[in-house]
Design a protein around this ligand. Structure first.
Ligand code: SF4
Ligand code: SF4
Length: 393
């Protein structure tokens, strides 16, 4: 079933009693303070649209497309309404009238169909194109594309004393922007005696397409990935991007009826599978603040595992006063630059107060966003800290 059936959509929407519990941690409501920029308001707009009381308009579309899809509202609804799923469906119904994001849709469709070609074209053009786009305010962050992407060829990384076998879902951000993170993951897994495979044929998980209401295109990609990854004889399918893991595991069942059960985040994998303690960086006495990626904490419920790992390797964790979304949200940061920047500044303000030397997170998207504003502290992915500890050992 490609989309939630129309009757089910209405049945879900009609359940809402407008109690407002879902607004409690909504970052866009927190930033904007208007009803239509929160979870409850968005559902009221979708109800108005589905009953014909409202018509699509630029303003209404912006309210629905400005949801960052962070999932902070998930689990807060006493009636267990799947708010994010309704917003995805609302977007797919609105995409025809959503003129503002039409070029983003074209570019996202093209790059998800031809990722290598898009990467190579951008690499050739980056030194002229990126400064221009930055100056015009079209691109909200600077990024230097690496020389090579991670998945250049068929890859199997063997080990002599094999403890197990894992597959890696690289995801577009790690593959094309931060291949060094993928290399760190492979190093860590090999050091722990896991054979690692990067199967041929991986495609984008489909999340950016869904974000823009392109459900049909996301379903095509989901089917391709499912065909490749669901049949592998591996202990786990690991990804360094929580959005990819969440999509493969939790959202594919809603898109294609089946998810990839073994998709797992690296910190949960290490806590579950590795019985001996990881080596400690204690002699370095590093202080760090850990940033929770929304799709890891709200989506996959993983908060304590990365902290446990960081403490195990001897990092002195200093918690921020409050947990805040960094405002990245992939396409959101391109489509709602001011809102994204406002969320980022609050988040950074929070981390500056901790006095920690570094910021550690577990999402390449959060790294892009935090690096933009965090000028005097390094922002690392947790896999880099783990690799550092294992190198010392
Ligand atoms: S997913 Fe996040 S931004 Fe969207 S309505 Fe829920 S809490 Fe708000
Ligand atoms: S918490 Fe549930 S019932 Fe209450 S306003 Fe939000 S979606 Fe509606």
């Amino acid at each position: 079933m490609p989309l939630m059936e129309s009757s089910r959509y209405l049945n879900e929407l009609i359940k809402c009693v407008r109690c407002g519990s879902c607004k409690a941690f909504c970052p866009t409501y927190d930033e904007d303070m208007t009803e239509a920029m929160g979870a409850r308001g968005r559902l009221a707009l979708l109800w108005g649209l589905s009953t014909g009381q409202l018509k699509p308009s630029a303003v209404l579309n912006d309210r629905i497309f400005s949801c960052i899809l962070c999932g902070a509202c998930s689990g807060l609804c006493p009636l267990e309404i799947d708010i994010k799923e309704l917003i995805y469906l609302g977007r797919s119904l609105l995409k025809g009238s959503d003129v503002k994001r039409r070029y983003l849709r074209l570019l996202t469709k093209f790059s998800s169909k031809r990722p290598e070609l898009s990467f190579n074209l951008l690499k050739i053009a980056q030194h002229m194109l990126f400064p221009y786009l930055l100056k015009k305010g079209i691109l909200p962050f600077h990024i230097e594309l690496p020389e090579h992407h991670l998945r250049d060829r068929v890859q199997i990384f063997t080990v002599s004393k094999k403890r197990g076998r894992v597959a890696v879902f690289t995801g577009c951000t790690v593959n094309f922007l931060y291949p060094h993170l993928g290399e760190s993951l492979i190093n860590v897994l090999q050091k722990l005696n896991y054979e690692v495979i990067l199967p041929v044929g991986e495609v984008c998980c489909g999340a950016p397409l869904r974000t823009l209401g392109l459900e049909k295109e996301a379903i095509e990609l989901a089917k391709k990935n499912f065909r490749i990854f669901s049949k592998l004889n591996v202990d786990a399918l690991l990804s360094l991007c929580p959005t990819c893991t969440l999509t493969l595991k939790e959202e594919y069942p809603k898109l294609i009826g089946e998810g990839i059960e073994r998709a797992m985040d690296i910190s949960r994998f290490l806590i579950n599978k590795i019985d001996s303690p990881l080596p400690s960086l204690a002699s370095q006495s590093v202080t760090a603040t850990y940033h929770d990626p929304c799709h890891l904490s709200y989506g996959l419920g993983i908060k304590k595992e990365p902290r446990e790992i960081l403490k195990n390797i001897g990092i002195n964790l200093i918690e921020a006063e409050e947990e805040r979304c960094c405002g990245f949200g992939g396409i959101f940061s391109l489509s709602f630059k001011e809102l994204s920047q406002g969320l980022l500044e609050k988040c950074i303000g929070n981390y500056t107060k901790t006095g920690a030397e570094i910021i550690i997170t577990a999402c390449p998207g959060c790294m892009i966003q935090l690096t933009k504003e965090m000028k005097n502290k390094p922002v690392l992915h947790i896999i880099e800290a783990i690799e550092e500890a294992l190198l010392i050992d």
